[in-house]
Design a protein around this ligand. Structure first.
Ligand code: PEP
Ligand code: MG
Length: 589
């Protein structure tokens, strides 16, 4: 029998917890190199037959996958995605177009397929159309499967039959959507940082994750036994029995501490000197709302709505929006739900989908509010859905990526037009719905005093604010060591934003990952942040920290660290001041 290699890999501890299980290595890299051949008319029929064979092979594979899932009684939702893929194989906008291109352009099937896929992606670009003809994420998957069948490469399975630790180079939103998550124990990826998509998804699914491992997907073989330690950012491949026993013990203590904190998290957090600290939850998918509330969230501080645009056949309709938001608003009310308008683009749309457009710097490109202001129909459809849902409970609207006053005024103008339409149509909604913005672009922080006069609240998005202020890609494993929430520049931007908001009389939340790390809680309270909104897992930790401090102490900490020159100096001080004095909360960090 082949000796399995032992490795200890170090990465970024992206989501706490310990998983021990078999590795499933997903092949998430796309095929970039494929043959491009011009064919003569006499070979055309053969080429079309070759393509038809690839379609049939793809169909067979998908049907087998569905059968396998049914036999193992798992993944209803997952089978549904696969059924959609089957339908796509008969959709003329893809397969019909490929055959047409082979016939008219006299090119081989691989080339024709790539062109057809490109066209579909471009259609998505002209999003102003009523409907996108095909769901882009799934089209990419189906296209990749067809391409692999054409060039004789196997498509690795994306459905899991037993509990598994997922190992991949990277996981895009579309990749994670393809997984039947009830069988996932945790995630290990080569790329990524604390705030990349895999980390955020892992948090919201309450699963351990280690990212930025650089070469996990090449070093780990399918079936390897793996210990994934999302607390210290370590992955042990093929561990000894002793290591397994030790980690099983650690996993048990982690879970029991978590359980204790979680119980307490259902009561409000009040500092030692009596200040109530509101802690809300961040939501990625509407189905998580119960989990987030069970973890003690006092409302939803950030409802990311991007999930609505992935894994469906067309751009979400007003009804899709409305139903998704109404369900959450009703479940959360009387607490408040902040629904953030579309933030697609940048890191939220990469790998499987390709970029919306071929942009050199997609993170600084046509994304979020910029995309919405260009594609006003899409924006208005979402706004109508949000406004209609607001009739059923306490709702706020939040615009992402605002960088200046013009953008904000334009977004507000479109919102006003949408409200007027609804009034004209006699459709009820909350006419006083609060409107806020994410402060996540440094220019917005720098003019926070001006922007504050035009909104009802701010929510600081530190994931992007840090990325843009420090010029480091938040998903890049080579520079993630520079991702420093305590960088004096970041702290100054936050402080300026909070002061500007308070001078104008509006509240400030923080909904970036920084809000969910309890070592920062005293600093954030000292700077005057009014509401912290975090992933479900962190709520209990943040509340527990808030209970341990008093505001005087927090103010003193802020005064003190504002005289410091580096993030490291501040971090060391916080370790001594806070971690040393409350070791039990930090046991797991
Ligand atoms: C942020 O940028 O901090 C944020 C909360 O938004 P997202 O992570 O969705 O970009
Ligand atoms: Mg952001």
């Amino acid at each position: 029998m082949k000796q399995r290699q032992v490795h200890i890999l170090h990465g970024v501890a992206a989501s706490a917890g310990i998983a021990i299980g078999k590795a499933v290595v997903l092949d998430t890299r796309r095929i970039e190199r494929y043959p491009k051949i011009r064919i003569t008319a006499s070979l055309m029929a053969d080429e079309i037959k070759r393509f038809n064979d690839a379609v049939r092979a793809s169909e067979k594979q998908i049907r087998e996958a569905i059968r396998e899932l049914e036999d193992h009684n798992v993944g209803k939702e997952h089978s549904f995605i696969l059924e959609t893929h089957l339908m796509m194989l008969t959709d003329p906008s893809l397969t019909g177009r490929v055959k047409e291109l082979i016939a008219t352009e006299h090119i081989n099937a691989e080339w024709a397929l790539k062109i057809a896929l490109h066209e579909i992606e471009r259609n998505f670009e002209s999003i102003g159309d009523e409907y996108i003809k095909s769901r882009v994420a799934d089209t990419t998957f189906v296209g990749e499967r067809l391409l692999r069948n054409l060039i004789g490469k196997k498509t690795k399975k994306f459905h899991l039959l037993e509990d598994s630790v997922i190992v991949a180079h990277d996981l895009s939103p579309a990749d994670t959507a393809m997984l039947n998550k009830e069988k996932v124990l945790g995630f290990a990826t080569d790329v990524g940082g604390m705030t990349s998509h895999t980390s955020i998804i892992a948090h919201s699914l309450e699963m351990p994750a280690v990212v930025g491992l650089e070469n996990a997907s090449t070093l780990i073989s399918p079936g390897d036994r793996v210990i994934l330690d999302g607390i210290s950012g370590v992955v042990i491949v093929n561990p000894s029995e002793n290591q397994i026993l030790e980690y099983e013990h650690r996993a048990r203590s982690f879970l029991s501490l978590e359980l204790k904190l979680k119980e307490k998290a259902k009561s409000p957090a009040v500092t030692r000197d009596g200040k109530y600290v509101k802690v809300k939850g961040n939501l990625e998918f509407k189905d998580e709302v119960r989990t987030v509330l069970d973890h003690g969230a006092e409302g939803i501080g950030l409802y990311r709505t991007e999930f609505l645009y992935l894994n469906r056949n067309h751009v979400p309709s007003e009804e899709d929006h409305y139903q998704a938001y109404k369900a959450v608003v009703e479940a959360v009310s009387p607490y408040n739900t902040v629904i953030r308008t579309l933030d697609l683009g940048g890191d939220k749309f990469y790998s499987s989908l390709g970029q919306l457009r071929n942009e050199m710097n997609p993170v600084m490109g046509l994304r979020a509010i910029r995309l919405c202001l260009k594609e006003v129909d899409i924006f208005k459809t979402q706004l109508r859905g949000i406004l209609r849902a607001s009739h059923y409970g306490n709702t706020s609207i939040m615009f992402p990526m605002i960088s200046g006053m013009e953008e904000l005024m334009k977004a507000k103008e479109i919102l006003e037009e949408t409200k007027e339409d609804l009034i004209r149509e006699g459709i009820p909604f909350d006419e006083n719905i609060p409107v806020g913005i994410m402060v996540e672009v440094p220019s917005a922080a720098a003019i926070a005093d001006i922007l504050a006069t035009e909104v009802d609240f701010f929510s600081i998005g530190t994931n992007d604010l840090i990325q843009y202020a420090l010029a480091i890609d938040r998903g890049n494993e080579y520079v993630n060591y520079l991702y420093e929430p305590l960088h004096p520049a970041v702290l100054r931007l936050i402080k300026f934003t909070v002061d500007a908001a308070h001078n104008t009389g509006i509240p400030v939340s923080m909904c970036g990952e920084m809000a969910g790390r309890e070592i920062y809680t005293p600093i954030l309270l000292g700077m005057g942040i009014d509401i912290l909104s975090t992933n479900a897992f962190a709520i209990s930790h943040v509340k527990e920290m808030a209970r341990k401090v008093d505001l005087d102490q927090c103010n003193r900490i802020v005064d003190h660290i504002f005289h410091m020159k580096t993030a490291q100096e501040i971090y060391d001080f916080m370790e001594e001041e806070i971690v040393g004095k409350s070791p039990e909360i930090f046991e797991m960090h």
